[in-house]
Design a protein around this ligand. Structure first.
Ligand code: V47
Ligand code: SF4
Length: 359
């Protein structure tokens, strides 16, 4: 049997593939054969259902002490374009989201040098009071670690206090590429990959569900992507706390990370999503984040193993500050149309993947 036939036989039998086999797939350009296997692996888990949610992103501040090389969103305090939203404005946006039918707010921001931990705790409490029906998905592992540092609390204490204030789950940002050598090139000031995994482990043990992202298409090798996914798969075996894996296509335009390539190719996007679906056999959901991929690739990815199109988003800053050409928001109707015209069944979900309604 050829290597591909061995991999195909494993996927058909519901068996796990090895990192070397994932690498073999990355080195192959037979996109349709890889996609077919990914579609099979996905159909087994999710049938023809494709999830989306009605949500709104709020980024309370873009002031950040880290200044990762790839990030065009962050500013140094006092720099042109630096902003911090008042608590009232955060609540106004949350209330507006709830009134417009959102079930989730997604809150992440920079590591502000002057805001105290209590500000974040108060933010959660204020949102819970003004928009009690919203699930609050907030703060990456990077922010949680920063809160522990500025407050002198342990990670466990930070998580407990935030959960008491209304934190419902955590997004998957800050993972980038977990391999240390790559982190030194793209985000030397950010917590290590090992620390990211440790914070997420503690969050899972505290009872929080999280996602996991992977920023790809910059200086990393495909072997780094495989190593990244392998670390996530191992942690997922231990905790089962990850919901979705979300590959984030690097937006190069306004980034300080100057590369010869200008963003990822459609082939690379689809191959990465498909291989993730095949390799991460213990993740229920692979999410195509249309903001970074474009609506068309995101739609096509539904035939390549993807079963989640994220949400309506409403106002996106991180990808758009970096030059993303996608719209700021999709309407619920727009997402439903993308899914239906791909021949799939749109299912609105809540943050924890309970179905709300099929269309
Ligand atoms: O961690 C920053 C990435 C992430 C760029 O969990 C960039 O449901 C591309 O994590 N090009 C934040 N990406 C966004 C994020 C996310 C988004 C949607 C859903 C969920 C979820 C999580 O954005 C950062 C970083 O990896 N990012 N700059 C850029 N130039
Ligand atoms: Fe700060 Fe996050 Fe941007 Fe890095 S990616 S500079 S930690 S906001």
């Amino acid at each position: 049997m050829t290597t591909f036939e061995i991999i195909a036989a494993k996927v058909r039998a519901g068996q796990r593939i090895t990192p070397d086999e994932a690498l073999f797939l990355f080195d192959s350009n037979d996109l349709l054969a890889i996609g077919e296997l990914a579609a099979l692996a996905n159909a087994r888990k999710n049938g023809a259902n494709v999830f989306f949610n009605v949500n709104r992103h709020i980024n309370p501040t873009n002031v950040c002490v880290n200044r990762c090389a790839f990030c065009a969103f962050s500013r140094t305090a006092g720099e042109d374009g630096a902003y911090t939203l008042a608590l009232g404005e955060i609540c106004r946006r949350a209330r507006e989201a709830e009134e417009e039918g959102a079930t989730e707010v997604h809150i992440v921001g920079g590591l502000h040098p002057d805001l105290a931990f209590e500000f974040y705790e108060e933010t959660l409490k204020a949102i819970r009071n003004t928009a009690p029906k919203l699930h609050i998905k907030a703060f990456t592992a990077v922010e949680i670690e920063y809160f522990a540092r500025i407050s002198g609390l342990t990670i466990e204490q930070v998580l407990e206090r935030l959960m008491n204030a209304g934190l419902g789950s955590m997004p998957g940002g800050g993972a980038e590429i977990l391999v240390e050598e790559v982190r030194q090139k793209i985000c030397p000031e950010k917590i290590s990959g090992e620390r990211w995994l440790e914070i997420i482990r503690l969050a899972h043990l505290a009872g929080l569900k999280t996602n996991a992202t992977m920023l790809y298409g910059h200086v990393e090798a495909v072997s780094d992507r495989v190593a990244h996914m392998e670390m996530l798969r191992t942690l997922q075996d231990e905790t089962g706390g990850f919901q979705a894996f979300i590959p984030l296509a690097f937006q190069a335009e306004n980034s300080d990370l100057k590369l010869d390539i200008k963003g990822t190719s459609g082939l690379d996007d689809l191959k990465t999503l498909a291989i993730a679906r095949i390799f991460l056999d213990n993740f229920d959901h692979i999410k195509a984040y249309w903001i970074m991929l474009g609506e068309k690739i995101a739609q096509v990815s539904l035939a390549f193993g993807v079963n989640d199109l994220d949400g309506t988003v409403v106002e996106e800053k991180i990808g758009h500050d970096a030059g993303a050409k996608t719209p700021q928001a999709l309407t619920k109707e727009g997402i439903i149309r993308l899914i239906k015209t791909a021949g799939k069944i749109p299912v609105e979900r809540d943050t924890l993947y309970h179905p709300i309604r099929s269309f």
